[in-house]
Design a protein around this ligand. Structure first.
Ligand code: CTP
Ligand code: CA
Length: 214
């Protein structure tokens, strides 16, 4: 099967030398890409900037901003049977990118930000994707309730939820503890390495393929 995975943070330029980003390391998305490739799937990895080496044997599509990632996913998603959105996409970007480096002046600086498109939220509605759709939910409170809301709003078959306020798991960690949030049930997975969870998750999504979405 062909599996499209988004991974890593995005970078939203402020001026030629500065950008807004977040703490995502990309480790979870790359672990998924590795696991899927090892199981013989074709993997299309659409990734924001990370420090991780590109896994062997995959189609790697490097991106920077949320807008770049949106365009790459729009182009590639039609080839996928399964799409897993593990990227930490910036929700907002600077309204303008200054052409020259912004010089300091005054004691405060106000940046105006505008909303980025929701890539996962566009998969069904705008890109017409009808394969297995998996989102992630990074939460710091009300994890189950928020994840279920995202699942419904974005038309996902599964949302992988994690609590990013915990220091021992999540963003930059090698470990994670996740909840599988389905429309009708929630299945907690034991805390484990992202490598191990990557393999577990690929098995889970393989099991979700039915004749209608393959
Ligand atoms: N996502 C996306 N494009 C965006 C924002 C989020 O594709 N512009 C995807 C993420 O890759 C993830 C899911 O949507 O799979 C949820 O991301 P998250 O940041 O947890 O949720 P948001 O919908 O952005 O809501 P909020 O940040 O307000 O909680
Ligand atoms: Ca967000």
């Amino acid at each position: 099967m062909t599996i499209l995975i988004t991974a890593g943070p995005t970078r939203e330029a402020i001026d030629p030398v500065r950008y807004l980003t977040n703490r995502s390391s990309g480790k979870m998305g790359y672990a998924l890409a590795d696991a899927a490739a090892q199981k013989g799937h074709r993997v299309i990895l659409v990734s924001g900037p990370t420090e991780i080496d590109v896994p062997d044997g995959i189609d790697f599509i490097p991106t920077e901003s949320a807008a770049d990632m949106y365009q790459a996913v729009e182009y590639w998603i039609g080839k996928a049977d399964i799409a897993i959105f593990a990227a930490a996409v910036a929700d907002y970007r600077p309204a303008q990118i200054a052409e020259q480096k912004i010089k300091k002046s005054g004691d405060t600086l106000t940046l105006e930000l505008v909303r980025n498109p929701d890539i996962l939220g566009s998969a069904r509605s705008t890109f017409g994707f009808n394969g297995v759709l998996v989102g992630f939910a990074a939460e710091t409170e009300d994890v189950e309730e928020n994840a279920l809301g995202k699942l419904e709003r974005k038309g996902c078959d599964l949302v992988v939820a994690n609590d990013v306020s915990r220091k021992d798991i999540g963003f930059d960690s090698n470990e994670n503890e996740i909840l599988l949030v389905y429309p009708d049930r929630i299945v907690p997975l034991e805390k484990a390495s992202k490598h191990h969870l990557g393999h577990q998750l690929i098995e889970v999504v393989e099991g979700m393929i039915t004749p209608s979405n393959h």
